[in-house]
Write a protein that binds this ligand. Structure first.
Ligand SMILES: Nc1ncnc2c1ncn2[C@@H]1O[C@H](COP(=O)(O)OP(=O)(O)OP(=O)(O)O)[C@@H](O)[C@H]1O
Ligand SMILES: [Mg+2]
Length: 506
């Protein structure tokens, strides 16, 4: 048996699937694709998370495009954080060229072009499906994280949320939380201290200042109603193809804290909304985070721990999370250790540090008698990658050099007209473009302040009555019964989740 035949059997055996799978491309040996040695990834282990890494321009985003396309064809929807804005082309058919034809004929893999069902989501002023969340949905833990509060200040935040829960004050946007703090340090101070204990004004001052900072980062666009229902991500078109939901994040690249908190909130919301699934033949939803170093670079230790925990837990909901980043060392080791599928494009050895990273990366891959991993890492061509996945039994597949199949859709962005077309035919855009300002904390507190004034003047009147020696009891009616403006269950639940996370971290 020749080395090539042995290799063919090695790959065929290592990547065999009993159940359904997607094909990422073909295996390569000594720089050439081996016909029919396809790299098949079982749908069953896709919820075991993954990583796509590689130096700039090596093909990470195209690999991501290929994976989302193949998932869509299997009816699996995905959610993609598109930081650079270069993924929208997936909505339109691509065009065939010699490069693609040659690659596909070498792999013996059919190629055709097609566009995929796409929703464009946004957390900014761009056109698209507006993604919003209420402050209540964030909950005190996560909200404190975005504000970067210390323990004492976070404690105060929990009291503030508790107060709002107890008094049915809906925290919708940043204006609400500001108003509540102002109230609780002014008019409502005595009431708060009686029920929940005192809050230091130094701390509340810091909190208020940080909320204003957050508003200046443009975060107020993101807080509010109508908050996004995660189930809208889980759609298929009339052909049964899964939707590729693209969150365009081009304008928050320079706001990593906002980005990472938004991400974590979204993951928590997904975790919260989806029922426990256990092992399933295929995932419910796949989440891809492009330019993931933005999350990890500046995230606090606690935030990192939360990401790590939620990544661990979300698997059982049938959700796979995939990180796309230049250097695999950008991803904390604790998260890296949880990733089942690794697609490693070429790395560049410019500096001593690069060489160290390459060595470490190579060590994280299974040993192969067919490749010198370290050497391969620096010599891979564009659209080629080292790959290892989990087979249906959850055991790592053999290391292979993968020639990534070409995207079926356009390898370029959409024009503005095409984007407008997608948005104007999306019913989600219409639904989430409504800005609702329900009667929330800010409005209700205004009423409360008025009621308190009433109470003061009542009391003054009573005192005057007593002074006048008139008998009789003036029963104080409780001030304003607050209508429940927002059912707080989902918020409370998320907080429950975050509570679980916090405990799990300890
Ligand atoms: N699977 C593929 N099939 C065909 N062409 C590919 C493939 N992968 C990459 N290419 C080619 O390589 C180019 C660069 O790929 P891509 O944009 O995915 O790189 P990247 O690693 O995401 O870069 P960056 O770090 O700058 O985001 C593409 O525009 C495309 O021409
Ligand atoms: Mg890219």
């Amino acid at each position: 048996m020749s080395k090539k035949e042995q290799f063919f059997d090695h790959i065929k055996g290592g990547y065999a699937c009993k159940g359904d799978y997607i094909v990422l491309g073909g295996a390569m040996l000594d720089g050439a694709a081996i016909a029919d040695a396809h790299i098949q990834i079982p749908l069953k282990t896709l919820n075991r998370h993954g990583l796509i890494a590689g130096a700039t321009g090596t093909g990470k985003t195209k690999t991501l495009q290929v994976i989302t396309e193949q998932l869509s064809l299997k009816g699996i929807p995905s959610l993609v954080m598109d930081v650079k804005g270069d993924l929208s082309g997936v909505a339109k058919p691509g065009s065939e060229n010699d490069f693609i034809r040659n690659r596909h004929s070498a792999m013996n893999l059919p190629y055709s072009t097609m566009g995929f069902p796409v929703e464009l989501l946004t957390i900014s002023e761009q056109n698209g499906v507006r993604l919003r969340a209420t402050v209540s949905e964030f909950g005190p833990v996560l909200f404190s994280r975005i504000l970067d509060l210390n323990d004492v200040q976070s404690g105060i935040m929990s009291i503030i949320f508790k107060y709002c829960d107890d008094h049915k004050l809906g925290l919708i946007d940043l204006k609400d939380i500001r108003k509540v703090i102002q109230y609780l340090t002014g008019e409502g101070k005595a009431e708060l201290e009686k029920e929940y204990g005192a809050m230091s004004t130094a701390s509340t001052g810091v909190i208020l200042r940080k909320i204003i900072e957050l508003e200046q980062q443009g975060a107020e666009r993101f807080f509010g109603e109508e908050s996004f229902d995660i189930r809208d991500l889980m759609r298929r078109d009339s052909n049964g193809n899964g939707y590729i939901n693209i969150i365009r994040l081009t304008d928050i690249q320079d706001k990593p804290k906002l980005f990472s908190t938004f991400m974590l909130q979204l993951l928590a919301e997904v975790y919260n909304t989806m029922p426990e699934k256990g092992d399933q033949p295929k995932p419910e939803l796949m989440i891809f985070i492009d330019e993931a170093h933005l999350i990890f670079n500046q995230a606090s230790k606690v935030l990192l721990e939360q990401i790590e925990t939620i990544v661990k837990l979300i698997r059982s909901k049938g959700v796979g999370v995939y990180f796309i980043t230049q250097n695999p060392m950008d991803v904390p080791a604790s998260v890296l250790a949880q990733l089942g599928l690794k697609v490693q494009h070429a790395l560049r050895a410019f500096t001593a540090n690069d060489r160290k990273d390459i060595k470490l990366t190579a060590e994280n891959f299974p040993i192969s008698e067919y490749y010198d991993t370290e050497e391969t890492l620096t010599s891979l061509g564009t659209g080629e990658a080292l790959v290892t996945a989990l087979n249906e039994k959850g055991i790592p597949t053999p290391l292979a050099v993968l020639m990534v199949r070409a995207p079926m859709s356009r390898m370029d962005i959409l024009t503005q007209e095409e984007i407008d077309m997608i948005n104007s035919s999306s019913h989600l855009v219409t639904r989430y473009s409504r800005v609702i300002d329900p009667e929330s904390a800010a409005e209700m507190l205004e009423k409360k302040i008025q009621a308190a004034e009433q109470k003061r003047s009542d009391a003054a009147a009573r005192k005057a009555d007593q002074k006048a020696g008139r008998a009789g009891t003036t029963t104080r009616r409780r001030t304003a019964t607050h209508p429940v403006v927002k059912v707080l269950t989902s918020a409370t639940f998320i907080r429950g989740v975050m509570g679980i996370l916090t405990r799990a971290m300890k």
